[in-house]
Design a protein around this ligand. Sequence first.
Ligand code: BDR
Ligand code: CA
Length: 332
Amino acid sequence: MGFNNNQRGSSPVVDFTRRKDVMKKIPIIIDCDPGHDDAIALAAACASEKLDLLAVTVVAGNQTLIKTLRNAKKILNFIGKRPLLAAGADKPMFRELLTAPDFHGESGLDGPELPDPADYREEPVPAWDLTRRIIMESPEPVTLIPTGPLTNIGILFTAYPEVKRNIARISLMGGSILAGGNRTSAAEFNILVDPEAADIVFSSGVPITMCGLDVTNKAFLLPEEVETLRKTGRVGRFLAELIDFYFGMYLKLGFKGAALHDPCAVFALTNPELFQTRNFHVDIETRGSLTQGMTLADLRPWTDARPNVTACLDIDRQAFVRLLYDAGALYG
Ligand code: BDR
Ligand code: CA
């Protein structure tokens, strides 16, 4: 897992001295498994003037790693941003991979056709090595935004625990406090795929903002709002076409709109005023025969367990929709 210094010599992987103008922005790394709602999170992060996107790392989850990596390249290329990109784990730390073709299709990003940018290459090192190097070289603490299974971050914290000192926060999509699961009655998909990695992250001591199903099921777009998004610009049209596909499964499940889980983890950072939050101590169930992957929150008012997450429980949906319109429009 060691980073091969010869691949980049001793010069920093990100030239922070040339980023003085962005020093006021929040430096972030997005770790994702695109994925329709991951794509929307990437577009929202690229559009935000509050964020400095240092790198994107990719993990297996919604689809296999080959597919999620290809999708990340296509999305970023279409948006017109080419941040540093690295591929991470092709399976969970100690388990076999579960994917979600029912929600995201065989490609992981079924729906709109996008060109495959052959000249956008990933870094020749794994996600955790690139992430470690950026974090250790950054003059400001870095915020991680995981929107897939937590495998890459679990490996990062295991191999390089020193990085925790220079991480400001993890703002993640995963789990739920009171809303139950989606992939099983107890577990949300991202946590269920790699509960051991989630356990490492939740017990790491790094501050966590958790956007679980409590809030992300409320972050939906109604059909008429998708039509407005479609008219905002070329990226807005692309996001609407993604939702056209993704909506199908949510309609079947009885939702009145497509729940856009992953952008919540971005907006919780850029627009915390949209969210109602509460602090909890949350443990990850790794072994229960019915409850594997559950995020077990200690709800006892008298508990002396130290809170390890700030959980987003509700959202100003109208304001969320307006932020998506802004992201769609930004690219003309
Ligand atoms: C999560 O699972 C994935 O299918 C979505 O991209 C999101 O990250 C929701 O449970
Ligand atoms: Ca995702």
